[in-house]
Design a protein around this ligand. Structure first.
Ligand SMILES: *Cc1c(COP(=O)(O)O)cnc(C)c1O
Length: 357
């Protein structure tokens, strides 16, 4: 992979040093002579990894002891069901904002559990913007939002002040910027976009919102069971948790969320200024809601598709193909992608214009 510019949407780029350290851990974890893949999760070496990972999440987010951190299996998609199972009171209603494919799937699952009120949606406009100025019903059990819409390339640059517990799917922009995380009662994120290897999903939950539904729960779907088990009720996705820990340590060592936010801002500015400047490209979403993580864009002359595809592939760029629902291109610029990687893509776009503009 060396020398590649990896714009994949997920699983996605990780810091090279994290991958190397993870590789070391596969061969020999903490000089035990054993692989991370072959030690018991009840072993002190893994217990320490889990504990440090849970602590670092709260440290990076600036959250206190009223929050619990879990690393669960099942992907972010399982959270689409776990959230309503744990928070939607029998006969109550949950509010959802529909901003894309993932939000839509979250709504679909929640509808299987109880009453759902879609209080805002951009579906009719192909999810090309983030709805704002909606009213949040004060009697909703919770409000569910999606901070970054990975497929459509929109992102919330401000969060609603919610009178009810705010739940957010942050799978594709977790730890990409400073956020007032204390606004949220529950945050979840699949590891494979911006914080680690596929397998684990991080859940951060304010304990006081749990245990109110009266619903009989399967143990594996019950946050309280996982909290009690300190995220080891069953065997956790050990390797994925380990890579999450390494990525968080990399973030912390370099300056935390303030540091990565500045880099991500510069990457997004470089990317979008070229999309706007270059006559051969056009963005697909309204400017104020553009995602810093996933930039979606189209060719203004579709006949240049083959030429452009050949050029970026020759430049060592991978993962640029757009999602089938949007078409065109999607440049995912997660934390580990550098400004130089974005510059490599911008150079190819400029070159295309020079030859064909
Ligand atoms: C990728 C993604 C998901 C789904 O994640 P899985 O881990 O594959 O279940 C959910 N929400 C968002 C915002 C995503 O980007």
């Amino acid at each position: 992979m060396k020398g590649k510019h990896n714009f994949s949407a997920g699983p996605a780029i990780l810091p090279r040093e994290v991958i190397e350290e993870a590789a070391n851990g596969v061969l020999n974890i903490n000089n035990t002579g054993l692989s991370i893949l072959e030690v018991s999760h009840r072993d002190k070496d893994f217990m320490a990894i889990m504990e440090e990972a849970r602590t670092l999440v709260k440290e990076l987010m600036g959250l206190g002891n009223e929050y619990q951190v879990l690393f669960l299996g099942g992907g972010a998609s399982l959270q689409f069901a776990m959230v309503p199972c744990n928070l939607l009171i029998d006969g109550g209603t949950a509010a959802y904002v529909d901003t894309g494919v993932w939000a839509h799937k979250a709504i679909k699952e929640a509808k299987g559990i109880g009453n759902i009120n879609i209080i805002a949606s951009s579906e009719a406009d192909k999810y090309s913007f983030i709805p704002k100025n909606y009213t949040i019903p004060a009697d909703a059990n919770y409000l569910h939002i999606t901070s970054n819409n990975t497929i459509y390339g929109t992102q919330m640059h401000a969060f609603p002040n919610s009178p009810v517990p705010l739940v957010c799917d942050m799978s594709s922009d977790i730890f990409s910027r400073r956020v007032d995380f204390s606004k949220f009662s529950l945050i979840y994120a699949g590891a494979q976009k911006n914080m680690g290897a596929a397998g684990a999903t991080m859940v951060v939950v304010k304990e006081s919102i749990l245990g109110k539904t009266g619903r009989k729960m399967f143990s594996m779907l019950d946050y309280q069971v996982h909290i009690k088990g300190e995220s080891m009720y069953n065997t956790p996705p050990v390797f994925s948790v380990y890579v999450c820990l390494l990525t968080m340590k990399w973030l912390k060592k370099n300056g935390g969320l303030a540091w990565i936010e500045e880099i991500n801002r510069r990457k997004a500015e470089l990317m979008y200024s070229e999309i706007d400047r270059n006559s051969l490209f056009t963005g697909t979403v309204v400017k104020e809601d553009r995602s810093w993580m996933n930039a979606t864009f189209l060719l203004t002359k579709p006949e240049l598709e083959t030429t452009f595809n050949t050029m970026w592939k020759e430049a060592g760029i991978v993962g640029l193909k757009g999602h089938r629902d949007v078409g065109g291109y999607r440049a995912s610029m997660y934390n580990a992608l550098t400004l130089e990687d974005v510059q490599a893509l911008v150079d190819v776009m400029k070159e295309l214009e020079k030859k064909n503009g």
